[in-house]
Ligand binder design. Structure first.
Ligand SMILES: *Cc1c(COP(=O)(O)O)cnc(C)c1O
Length: 428
């Protein structure tokens, strides 16, 4: 039967040799096809299933909320679920207290971008209408979020829709937190500072994925560089937007990746891990004094008139609350930190034993390496993904970068299983 589904981020012709995996059921870190064969969800279903599939506490919360009410518009109403969730989220960073909601990551970033330009104008800086991104950045799929991203292939066909914003070059990348550059990026700073000085006066906000850039190919950069950029922004009326849509809630071993640099941004975007990928919701959190810029009599026209139909969806908000509870009770971040060196070593061992992998890099619950293609081999990452699926893992390399990003509560035995499958799939 011909399928009517047009799959996301896929050259559909690839389905001729690699048809989509039919999913009948999922539990914990595993997906099951209709024949009952198990596959590791090795990317946490695009980086969101931090507590895995079918977690009983999350399923219970969802059912209970459905028995009360599913969704009521958040304009002119409130409820204890969204109040409690906002209270919890405002504890992530002491200086960030006001939470806006949307349904996906891209829209949380859009909120931050719009609010930054609007807020700068209200603060008496109407000339600050530009944004700045950093090399390798990814912030979503809408026209504005693509404009602040730096991934050529994804945005090239839409160049006519894009704004052209400056992109900061020369960020010092590291393989892990043992790299001396992690703690001291002074050698790279003058080049970065010169670009900030050049563009800063027109920039409302600089946006970045703190520490770990996912879509760029799982690249990790210096915590000291992040701190220096943050400090420069603070001094120069450039607001900092931290896009923690992928890193938030433990992926780097801390609640927020910003904590590695000891910084607090002016705007914080969260989504993927917030409900452990059960329901789509995103949050954008900012400071009281930015909120106050918009606070005035109606006639002044200062209100932030941005809305999404599903803002604050109660089912999603309730699952988010349950997710945060499970994270806290299970001391999830401690487990991630404890497992991190062992997980990294599993990938390093493959690189040491074979000639097919190099450039192993890791932080928290993410381990990546680049596949060294065989002679004349094209699309080594795609070939690898097909083999891995035959061997029982759903993985999705970024180009030739293969990465393991299983649910954060996966036991070490699951990482070991990923290692076995990876070895087998590389050495065919
Ligand atoms: C996934 C992601 C987004 C976009 O989120 P969507 O929910 O896919 O719109 C933005 N920024 C980062 C860092 C992401 O990983």
């Amino acid at each position: 039967m011909a399928s009517h589904v047009w799959h996301p981020c896929t050259q559909m012709k690839d389905h001729e040799t690699y048809p989509p995996l039919p999913i009948a059921r999922a539990k914990g870190s595993y997906l099951y096809d209709p024949e009952g064969r198990a596959y590791i969800d090795g990317t946490s279903s695009w980086w969101c299933k931090s507590l895995g599939h079918a977690h009983p506490a999350l399923v219970e919360a969802l059912k209970d909320q459905a028995d009360h009410f599913e969704h009521v518009m958040l304009a002119n109403t409130t409820n204890s679920v969204i109040e409690s969730l906002s209270d919890k989220l405002s504890q992530l960073c002491p200086s960030l207290n006001k939470v806006s909601y949307a349904s996906d990551g891209s829209c949380a970033v859009e909120i931050a971008l719009k609010m930054a330009v609007h807020g700068q104008a209200l603060a008496g800086r109407p000339h600050k209408t530009a944004f700045m991104g950093i090399a390798g950045s990814y912030h979503g799929e809408t026209a504005l979020t693509m404009s602040v991203s730096d991934l050529g292939l994804y945005k090239k066909p839409y160049a006519s829709l894009m704004h052209s914003y400056p992109i900061l070059q020369g960020i010092p990348y590291v393989k892990n937190t043992d790299d001396p550059l992690w703690h001291d990026a002074l050698s790279h700073w003058p080049g970065i500072e010169a670009q900030l000085e050049e563009h800063g006066p027109h920039v409302a906000a600089l946006i970045l994925e703190p520490i770990l850039q996912g879509a760029a190919g799982m690249l990790i950069y210096s915590a000291d560089a992040l701190k220096r950029i943050h400090d420069w922004c603070k001094k120069n009326n450039v607001w900092l937007i931290a896009d923690e849509i992928m890193t938030g809630f433990g992926r780097t071993g801390k609640a927020l990746a910003c904590e590695h640099a000891g910084i607090e941004p002016d705007f914080l975007c969260l989504s993927k891990g917030l409900t452990s990928g059960y329901l789509p919701i995103s949050a954008m959190i900012t400071r009281d004094d930015i909120y106050d810029l918009f606070y005035d009599d109606y006639e002044t026209g200062k209100a932030f008139l941005h809305s999404h139909t599903h803002t604050g969806n109660a089912l999603a908000a309730r699952v988010a609350l349950a997710t945060l509870e499970v994270i806290e009770e299970s001391k999830l971040y401690e487990t991630v930190q404890k497992n991190a060196p062992k997980a990294a070593k599993l990938m390093q061992d493959i690189a040491d034993e074979s000639e097919y992998l190099h450039n192993v890099r890791s932080i928290g619950g993410m381990v990546a390496a680049d596949i060294i293609p065989r002679e004349n081999q094209t699309r080594a990452g795609f070939t690898f993904a097909k083999e891995a699926r035959k061997n029982g893992a759903l993985l999705r390399p970024l180009g030739n970068t293969l990465y393991w990003l299983p649910p954060l509560n996966s036991p070490m035995s699951l990482w070991e299983e990923l290692q076995n499958i990876t070895k087998k799939s590389l050495c065919v």
